[in-house]
Design a protein around this ligand. Sequence first.
Ligand SMILES: [Zn+2]
Length: 592
Amino acid sequence: MADQLEEIKSKIDLVQFISSYIPLKKAGRNFKALCPFHTEKTPSFIVSPERQIWKCFGCGLGGDVFRFLMEYEKMDFGEALRFLAKRAGVVLKAYQPTESEAEKEKLYQINHLAAEFFHYLLLNHPAGKPALDYILGRGITKDSLRLFKIGYAPNLWDGLQKFLVGRKGYKPQDLEKAGLVIKSSKFYDRFRHRLMFPLTDHLGNICGFAGRLLDPEVKEAKYINTPETLIYHKSDLLYPLDLTREEIKKENKAVIVEGELDAISSFQIGVKNVVAIKGSALTESQVKLLKRFTENLVLALDADIAGDSAARRGIEIADREGLNIRVVELGKYKDPDEAAQKEPKYYKEKIKRAVPFYDFLIDSAFKRFAGNTPESKRKIGEEIIPVLAKIENEIVKDHYVRKLSDRLEVSEEAVLTQIKKYLMTVSVSQPVTPVVKTPKSRPELLEEYLLALCFQSGKVEILLEKRLESLFRIPGHRRIVELLKDFLKKKKFSSPEFSSTLPPELISLFNNFYLFDLGEKIEDEEWVSLEAEKTATEIEILKIKDELTAISGEIRKLEKEGKSGGKDWKKAQQEFKKLSLQLASIKSKKEV
Ligand SMILES: [Zn+2]
């Protein structure tokens, strides 16, 4: 297994691989980027081609190609392993999935088979005919039915069970875990006589289903969904991101709608950069996922966003993450599905003309409250101030403060004062706190810098110099230099070969030398030599100074104990003199 992991890693170039997800910029021997895992304005995400590792110095995440994929695509190890093995063309010999991975895999399979079953019934079975007529009548094309694998759940208590339990050999308990059956005195199918939309995640796994009522006369919920399961989390899902993510990237814009039909109807008329959020409120995990593909969101929701506090909270989250949000006004149509079906051109035009969220909010408030009496001005203020108060960017905030005060015909000070008052009454939710790092001591930093210089430039022989022998005080650093000495007795230095001889506990320390940001100067041999020389001297000076402090403490102690002039005292005095001379000599050389 370990061999196969190494084989996969050796066949995939980390720089190329990460470049296919985020733009990397060359910086000396390394590559840099804005970290995809936390919000930042200056890049602290570093990739070392030499070591084939990455690390973010902002949030602390880091690792190899597997870790990157697991973090970026939210895969578990088994998923990442299979994905990368396929990419590298490595046939996996024996991979034992963990219990929860195996469980997830089983649920995906069950959902996959259920989707096939429903899809077959809709397109090919007489029982599905009325449903087929209905959905075609709603303007969904056969191509779309195939692409989105839409299906029909028969009007039976055990239709799906007959197929999955009777013919495929699953247990009813497995189906229950997938949310497809409900247990009372016995098991019965959750979805009956409904149009079925398989809900895929951004990797194309079917996590669950949305079942839409066909007969409007029946007094049941219009939609029922898979309940929360091991693989279905309503608040994470963006439907059908697996099919639309590339288009979202290409257009650098995502159109956000509420329901499955809104998404499919939009897709059908060429608005392919669309996702449905199942509800009116964006969640934190949805925003984080979308942010990997675009920074521009266009909301085409049927809910009244201005009046819907959950929707507004979702927008605050997106704003905090630095996304630009615009709002589509559908005018005469009640939802994107209807607009796309009845007037595609109008719908596309409306998307193009989407207005920035804050303008939309102000317009909406003025439409509802005339804004010409003190009372209506107060009401508008009460609605808008809390939203403006939470705008992260001060320039944007200032722009809207001015706009609001203009329209209300009051002073900007009045608006600003209200914002301040509002902020005093609430504690604004803070963005994620950065990881607390214990600061490194100066000697530790200098040692790390010296080691980074030598290892990144390949000029490791510097580390063998006599005067460096007893210089390193961080035990791990000392150990690595000792092992390097042994290594170089036998062969020429190569980073992969040397690291394979290191004990596991030293690997991450060693990797850090390669992640250290040294910029382009690392290519300049002369600079490296001078810099290494300077740093070594600096370390030496620090070391002697610390020793001097220790000895003078010792001398004071002896004097207090009345041992001045004694044997120990004399020895300490001599040592002090010796070190002082040494220090003076180093300092004078340094000045030359
Ligand atoms: Zn980070």
